[in-house]
Ligand binder design. Structure first.
Ligand SMILES: O=C(O)CCC(=O)C(=O)O
Length: 276
């Protein structure tokens, strides 16, 4: 599926961009499915927000049970002082997670495209399995910053195997908070592990003292609608707040390899969806 050159680029950089890989119609189908989920979501059913600025505090039950469900999370700045939404529900959701691949027909069909499995296999996944799917809204004006992190922090396997498919449902650029990475950090040591214990408390533990790369050396992955960015679990990445008036919708799939050992302390305990 991927050329030798693309495979080497992935190995060397830790990421690969497949520019405008998916048709716009495919992106529109996923976007419409996500908007329908938000439309059906009762905004008074939860006040659960998602922010990566407070990863060190324990995650709530709503979050933990989203590993095998479809749940909406609010932006941190979605609520005013009176506890009410500042803008419409559809402009207040940070993300939908974390099992769209299992429980939504449009996402399920998308994830079963043979090229998803085949790309994963061509960069080393012997038995690719989807662990998590998210629809990220990065809302205009209030779409929050996602701090430096590595996806292996949340999907620890032995050996490390998680890869992320980051799919641009809309154009992503510096103004609306595109992905930021650094060159030459393909094999950055895994700096943190997010653990969920038997009593359902969670904790972010430091595994290494290495400093995150400097933001001044980061490269902006500005991509157009339909582009696919694939990156490995050790690649540090972040995204800035969306200060623009345009949203930056994206879908992420986190894929581990079925031949590795999945750490029992990973927060996400749901059964993975095997890809053929
Ligand atoms: O889309 C973003 O802003 C960041 C997503 C991300 O970092 C992730 O899914 O690991």
């Amino acid at each position: 599926m991927l050329s030798k050159e693309q495979q080497s680029q992935y190995q060397e950089q830790g990421y690969l961009i497949l520019d405008k890989y998916f048709d716009h119609s495919v992106m529109d189908t996923l976007q419409n499915a996500a908007l329908k989920i938000v439309e059906d979501f009762d905004e008074n059913s939860t006040r659960s927000i998602f922010s990566t600025e407070n990863d060190t505090t324990s995650r709530d039950r709503y979050f933990l049970t989203s590993d095998d469900a479809i749940k909406c999370f609010f932006e941190e700045d979605a609520f005013g002082r009176d506890g009410e939404l500042v803008q419409s529900k559809s402009l207040s959701i940070n993300k939908i997670g974390h099992a769209l691949h299992k429980y939504n027909n449009a996402f399920n069909a998308f994830c079963q495209r043979p090229d998803i499995a085949s790309i994963a296999k061509s960069i080393g996944q012997i038995h690719p399995e989807i662990r998590q799917s998210m629809y990220i809204f990065k809302q205009p004006k209030i779409g929050g910053k996602v701090r430096w992190h590595q996806d292996a922090t949340y999907f620890m396997t032995y050996p490390t195997s998680v890869i992320t498919f980051w799919i641009a449902i809309e154009d992503a650029n510096k103004q609306n908070g595109c992905l930021m990475v650094t060159p030459d950090t393909a094999l950055f040591p895994i700096k943190e592990q997010f653990k969920r214990f038997e009593d359902d408390t969670t904790r972010l533990d430091a595994l290494s003292d290495v400093q995150w790369p400097s933001e001044s050396g980061a490269v902006a992955l500005e991509v157009q609608k339909g582009s696919l960015v694939v990156f490995n679990g050790q690649l540090p990445h972040y995204s800035n707040a969306n200060t623009s008036a345009k949203s930056r919708h994206a879908v992420t799939l986190h894929i581990t390899c079925g031949t590795t050992r999945y750490d029992e302390l990973n927060w996400l305990r749901a059964k993975a969806m095997k890809l053929a």
